[in-house]
Design a binder for this molecule. Sequence first.
Ligand code: AMP
Ligand code: ZN
Length: 464
Amino acid sequence: MSLRLYDTLTKEKRPFTPLDPKNVRMYVCGPTVYDFAHIGNARPVIVFDLLFRMLRYIYGPDQVTYVRNITDVDDKINDRAARDFPGLPLNDAIRAVTEKTADQFQTDVEALGCLPPTFQPRATDFVLPRADGKTDMVTLIQQLIARGHAYEAAGEVLFDTESMPEYGALSGRKLDEQQAGARVAVDAHKKHPTDFVLWKQSSAEEPGWESPWGRGRPGWHIECSAMAEAYLGQTFDIHGGGLDLIFPHHENEIAQSRCAHGTQAMANTWMHNGFLQVEGEKMSKSTGNFVTIRELLNDWPGEVLRLNMLKTHYRSPIDWTVKGLEESARTLDDWYWVAADSKGGHPANKVIDALSDDLNTPQMIAALHLLRNSAAAGDEKDRGKFAASLRMLGFLSESAAEWAARKQQGGGVDAAKIDSLIADRTDARANKDFKESDRIRDQLAAMGVTIKDSKEGTSWEIAR
Ligand code: AMP
Ligand code: ZN
């Protein structure tokens, strides 16, 4: 077993050799926190959680550093803050939006069986020079200017893409092609159409920091260059994110990080997950073809969403369907039943081998089905391997009894909560407070619960 990963930069699957096996380092671009994350956003989170688990398995749990940032400065956040908290000063409103959304995100991805990354830095903590001396954005920009890779124009600081001969290598875009093909009007202050913003001015209504270039805010790309270096150093092992980030985001991260220090690489392996569409169509808020992780978690256990995501290889597109979810739910019901809380055992070699081949999850699932059959036929050793494999992959977080009970209670419904509402209603009726008892009945109905009163008491069932 030796891990091989596909690298977007060299376009080949290569044996993975960490720079330092005692500290394997991975950075993944995290969410911009202004609204609930959708199921497409869950894909990189689950895919790179699986890789994190594999790296911990191979190199040891304490020998892997995984950084996933939180982007909490963005014009979409400003708009949301002004809309949702009109009474608050802008900075407080922004903080309210980003904290609430970041908490929602943490709750969602934990329910998907994802381990917390080692560090989850927030961009706004890395704008200005820090007391602890960790890399910050302003210092990085100053280094780029000092080395002749960035210039000030019209109140902005821009990266000079022509100053880097390899600019475009990740996305395969050539500077000349872009210039020739540039139909959009070029901002007059840019030396070259691909030059991008490192720092821009803020108006009084926009969040801003005092910098050598006046009060302003950083461009998006410089955030990740700063936070990656702060925790992982100038060159590290793996950088990941969705396919849409290859250009311009990752191309520009590479340009910034390499040119600030004159290094040969920012990361040695660049990995990108494919896109997810819903019921055969691109996800889009305007057409209503859009689904949040939170909505799905109301209807399905997080492990069903996780398995459904892993059925497809991470580089292929996924068509996310209810039919697929139903299938994944049936598979997990069966796996819980067969694994039957078996303890001990090690993950199966066939599962590890499949993952070692550039996270080949379809092959991994085929291996799990074979183990399941062998376990169901009474092979106790395979039952142990089956359960240990599932745990390593982020499944079997519940006991088989809990899983079965949840199912009986109807998917994600919280039986304890229903019981306590029914007890409140019984009290209200005893006190002849029929307004309150009717209100509770309506609340239960809204949860999909119908109740039946009889001499023996109140029983309930889920209306499906
Ligand atoms: P964003 O908050 O839009 O920057 O996205 C956060 C992460 O989700 C990035 O790694 C994106 O590439 C990824 N992502 C966004 N939409 C999808 C999608 N439909 N399918 C897969 N990944 C996505
Ligand atoms: Zn990034």
